[in-house]
Design a protein around this ligand. Structure first.
Ligand code: DCS
Length: 282
């Protein structure tokens, strides 16, 4: 079953309008929310970010957050999702094709779930990344459907046999093509400030909390390629990749090429948090 507006239905009943602005302009927003053992992780934070994205694009959501939360829970329950995710998107709706906003259009919301195991192997072994120029627009803080810059960067990583592309704008490390980037330097975690150049990741914010619990200082400041290449540890965070160590950058190992102790400690704390959420909800 899938969710269309506020109704659960079979996928074959879905009709997407040819002039849906999401389809024609990428004029819409989305979220990917994780489900662990049947429980949503960070649902409120994701829906708050969805509301923010809508506001920034002067879009309105078809209905209120509380009902949306309930419908997503119904969707996950009816599909009996255990470890998986929900993909949720809202477009500005269907209207005759003009670039400017239509006078009248109702937003179109769809959501579907899928089973997705946790990326255990990558979290344990670490991943290889490439660096590439950040060619995206200047509102990367909005989780919009316009993902061509991200798509092209991720493809470049895949072509190089890597799992992620780390994006560099004017010599500064912004984020990954679908993740946030952290480095460890002299016992501190450093990551790009949450301004217009990055998406303020939900996992990024979870990392802030668990770092604080571990008496680890997190500094939001800009850092460059040299800092990245000479970091003690490098990690990426995202809903799907959780906290994953980066062990090679452009083919060169990060230190000894193995996941570092601080990354491992944070991963353990993250695991505990997932279990806490489950015991609260069950
Ligand atoms: N930066 C970008 C550009 C992203 O696309 C994502 C997540 C993140 C950071 C990390 O944010 P979260 O911690 O909130 O997930 N991208 C989602 C996506 O498109 N697929 O999975 C996650």
């Amino acid at each position: 079953m899938i969710l269309v507006q506020d109704k659960l239905m079979e996928q074959k009943e879905l009709h997407i309008g040819m002039e849906d602005r999401g389809y024609q302009f990428g004029d819409g927003i989305y979220e990917v929310i994780r489900i662990y053992n049947g429980c949503f992780f960070g649902m409120d934070e994701h829906l708050t970010r969805l509301e923010r994205s809508a506001r920034e694009l002067q879009m309105s959501l078809p209905y209120a957050k509380d009902l949306l939360k309930k419908r997503l829970e119904d969707l996950a329950a009816v599909n009996n999702v255990k470890d998986g995710q929900v993909y949720l998107q809202v477009t500005r709706g269907v209207a005759e094709r003009t670039h400017h906003f239509p006078d009248h259009a109702d937003g179109v919301l769809i959501a579907y779930t899928k089973e997705a195991p946790r990326p255990y192997q990558k979290m344990a072994d670490g991943i290889g990344v490439i660096t590439t120029e950040d060619i995206r627009w200047l509102r990367c803080d909005i989780k919009s459907l316009n993902l061509l810059g991200n798509v092209l960067s991720k493809q470049k990583a895949k072509d190089a046999g890597c799992d992620e592309a780390i994006l560099i704008r004017d010599g500064i490390v912004t984020e990954g093509s679908s993740s946030n980037v952290f480095i460890v330097k002299e016992g501190e975690l450093v990551t790009h400030p949450a301004d217009n150049l990055i998406l303020n990741g939900i996992t990024r914010n979870v990392l802030f909390k668990i770092a604080e619990e571990s008496q680890l200082n997190v500094v939001e400041k800009k850092f460059g390629m040299d800092d990245l290449l000479n970091a003690d540890e490098v990690m990426i965070t995202s809903t799907t990749m959780e906290i994953t160590p980066v062990v090679t950058i452009d083919g060169k190992p990060v230190q000894d090429g193995k996941p570092g102790p601080i990354t491992k400690r944070l991963q353990e704390k993250f695991n505990l948090r997932i279990h806490e959420v489950q015991s609260v909800e069950n």
